[in-house]
Design a protein around this ligand. Structure first.
Ligand code: SAM
Length: 430
């Protein structure tokens, strides 16, 4: 790594240590980094992300409390030094591994080796048992670069792939989502006419699959309650082929502004956007929800499944924060369930791999609203399509980077049954 790139990594990591700013935001804020050639910029991003994610492991390898260095800048320099040393010096790596293997407490050992807080390592083991280590290892790897072909602008993902190849950008189709292309290499995707024309959006395959399982019926109405900057909103708008209606709501005006820009680029004109001030739904949103075919709750969560993309997230949550997130998740689920009309579906999604934010929230909802029925992912996607991406019973969407190559993700689908005697209309969603 060149001296200039090292200085940028120190800058970005130092900024995270000082203010908690994400490496993505820190890089976007620095014109001199934005001006780097795409491959150099990608290397700065990759190394900064690894240093932030592996902060605990790197401090352990140096055998010192690096975060107590005289300044964030010095701490960042020391962490980067350790990163390079472990990458290039097999003896140093073997020494750190041997010292780690000698830690008696298995949770502290796992937390040190995979670089996360002890309490969170305990949660991973409680949820994933022996699979926790492999999952944590995969969550520490760089994320795939994946785009979603926007079928409002291109006829198919094959057309998009051909258009990208003509720009020198090689891709391969995603394994599970029908619109996904994984991008090879480091070329700048956003400085292309294809991006400016809205031919694709950057979106992890897991997030695309969450939209897929929402499966709005043709011409249907969808409330996307936690739309954020609209990753799933845009996919839903395209699934509806610009027909029907999507109402995208969120408490963050900033994210909704980003969504408006993306909607215009994507050519989606079946989406309305509305800011919320909390979990209580304004009258017109509740009225839309009561007529909706789908209500998507893509809930705020710990983000444990998306650590490859957001390395700072592993240090941002604590037990009280996790409990607060679960309370918000319950509040959003109750608000959505209260509006759900008979025959309509509530789709709950998180990018968490923790049971407490996933299955446990659905179990709690069903204790509060026992009339809601679970709809199996296998029923929505078909058994053979669902089998590789669902839990063993085919009920929930359950994705992990070590098994599926995408972010960790969870989705559950619930339906309010129609009153007895009313005929079920076949659901042709997809
Ligand atoms: C996981 S993110 C959504 C990501 C988005 N759906 C996408 O696909 O890009 C969760 C969102 O929930 C929003 N949020 C938090 N509390 C909320 C609430 N009470 N009502 C609606 N949205 C809320 C956050 O602002 C955040 O944008």
């Amino acid at each position: 790594m060149r001296k200039e790139q090292r200085a940028f990594v120190v800058d970005v990591v130092g900024q995270w240590l000082t203010s908690g700013q994400s490496p993505r935001d820190a890089m976007a804020a620095r014109a001199e980094i934005r001006r780097l050639p795409a491959a150099s910029r990608a290397e700065v991003a990759r190394v900064a992300a690894q240093v932030i994610a592996q902060q605990r492991w790197l401090s352990f390898a140096r055998n010192e409390a690096v975060l107590q260095s005289p300044s964030p800048r010095v701490a960042a320099e020391r962490l980067l030094e350790a990163h390079h040393q472990l990458a290039g010096d097999a003896a140093a790596l073997a020494d750190a591994r041997a010292r780690c293997a000698a830690i008696a407490d298995p949770i502290v050992r796992l937390a040190t080796r995979r670089s996360l807080p002890d309490w969170l390592a305990g949660e991973f083991v409680a949820c994933h048992g022996d699979g926790a280590d492999g999952l944590l290892q995969a969550l520490g790897e760089p994320a795939a670069r994946t785009v979603r072909a926007n079928l409002l602008r291109v006829p198919s993902r094959e057309h998009l792939a051909a258009r990208l190849v003509a720009l020198g950008i090689e891709t391969e189709p995603g394994r599970h989502a029908p619109w996904a292309l994984h991008v090879r290499g480091e070329q700048d995707l956003f400085d292309t006419a294809a991006y400016r024309d809205g031919a694709f959006e950057q979106q992890d395959e897991a997030s695309q699959l969450a939209a897929l399982v929402a499966a709005p019926p043709p011409g249907g109405r969808v409330l996307d309650l936690c739309a954020g900057s609209g990753g799933k909103t845009l996919a839903l708008a395209a699934m509806l082929a610009n027909k029907g209606q999507v109402l995208a709501t969120d408490v963050s005006e900033r994210r909704l502004d980003a969504l408006r820009t993306r909607l215009a680029r994507a050519g989606a004109d079946n989406v309305q956007v509305r800011a919320l001030s909390g979990t209580d739904l304004p009258r017109e949103v509740a009225a839309f929800a009561a007529r909706a075919d789908r209500i998507l709750v893509d809930a705020p969560c710990s983000g444990t499944g998306s650590w490859r993309r957001r390395p700072e997230a592993r240090w941002a949550v604590d037990p009280a924060g996790l409990a607060a997130l679960q309370a918000t998740q319950d509040g959003l689920l109750d608000a959505a369930a209260a509006c759900l009309r008979p025959g309509a579906r509530l789709v709950y999604a998180t990018c968490s791999v923790l049971r407490g934010e996933n299955e446990a929230r659905i179990e709690a909802l069903r204790r509060r609203s026992p009339e809601l029925e679970l709809v199996r992912v296998a029923e929505v996607l078909g058994g053979s399509c669902a089998a590789p991406i669902a839990d063993p019973t085919g009920t929930f969407l359950q994705l992990r980077p070590d098994r599926h190559g995408c972010d960790g993700f969870f989705a559950a689908i619930l339906r309010r049954p129609r009153p007895r005697g009313l005929r079920e209309t076949p659901d042709v969603g997809r």
